[in-house]
Design a protein around this ligand. Structure first.
Ligand SMILES: [Zn+2]
Ligand SMILES: [Zn+2]
Length: 260
């Protein structure tokens, strides 16, 4: 089965984002050029990463993981077993009983920036029910990429963004309707409100930033029952005037700073 979802023609040597999975069953993205790849999240099997890279593992500069939940870190040990360095907060390594002095471990220290290959990575605190970080990723080929998920808000703005991957988990009106018709338990609403990003928050976070140089906005981690993909894309496009996509398994997008 060919599950590649070609929405753009991407020049071979351009930086691209490859979506391996997005959502509560697993998350995995590759920010990848011909000779360098950053794995974002460890929520899909390593075999999926290998396949997407045509088994060219030597391009992997490292993996960054936002938080301990299985859909984001479930395969961290498998990645480390293949010699891949992982940058994450200590809670992630503790959750998987990985010693912090392991040579493949990079523990996030607040306010510190990190380098993996030519990727410069700045972790930013996020707001979830466990310690969680968003990432600012800078690479000469992509420019500045913001990756933000599993957070109900953001109190930061980020200068000079070129590409954004941001959670758009649910719409409150859809959630309320699902609670009314009995398909979602009422206790879910307060939980979701304090753990995941509601679409109007996503839009407010985007609008708080200078989007002048932003090329792509990718909405991620959409809830299977409490979201509406087409509506979310439309609302974000109307609010920002940018190219907007919803992350889907197999999707590849040009994440170059100069795509043409
Ligand atoms: Zn998640
Ligand atoms: Zn989570």
């Amino acid at each position: 089965m060919n599950c590649s979802l070609k929405v753009q023609d991407i020049k071979t040597n351009n930086m691209r984002i490859i979506v391996l999975a997005s959502g509560s069953t697993g998350n995995g993205y590759l920010l990848s050029s011909e000779n360098e790849t950053l794995i974002i999240e460890a929520g899909v099997k390593l075999s999926r990463v290998k396949k997407a890279l045509h088994f060219n593992m030597s391009t992997i500069a490292g993996c960054i993981t936002t938080h301990r939940h299985k859909d984001h870190s479930g395969y961290i040990k498998e990645y480390m077993g293949a010699g891949i360095t992982v940058l994450a907060n200590s809670d992630v390594f503790n959750a998987h009983s990985i010693p912090l002095n392991d040579w493949r471990v990079k523990v996030i220290q607040e306010g510190h920036g990190y380098k993996m290959g030519n990727f410069k990575i700045l972790p930013i605190p996020a707001y979830h029910d466990v310690p969680c970080h968003a990432f600012l990723i800078d690479h000469p080929r992509s420019g500045m990429v913001l990756f933000m998920t599993d957070t109900f808000m953001s109190e930061h703005t980020f200068p000079g963004l070129n590409h954004i991957i941001i959670e758009a988990n649910f719409a409150d009106d859809i959630l309320e309707e699902n609670i009314r018709n009995g398909s979602v338990h009422p206790s879910m609403r307060p939980r979701l409100m304090q753990t995941h990003m509601e679409i109007s928050t996503t839009i407010n976070v985007l609008k708080a930033n200078d989007l002048t140089n932003v090329i792509n906005i990718v909405l991620s981690h959409l809830s299977s029952g409490n979201s509406d993909e087409e509506r979310f894309i439309r609302e974000v496009r109307e609010a920002t005037g940018k190219l907007v996509f919803a992350a889907k398994k197999g999707m590849e997008l040009d994440f170059s700073i100069n795509p043409y």
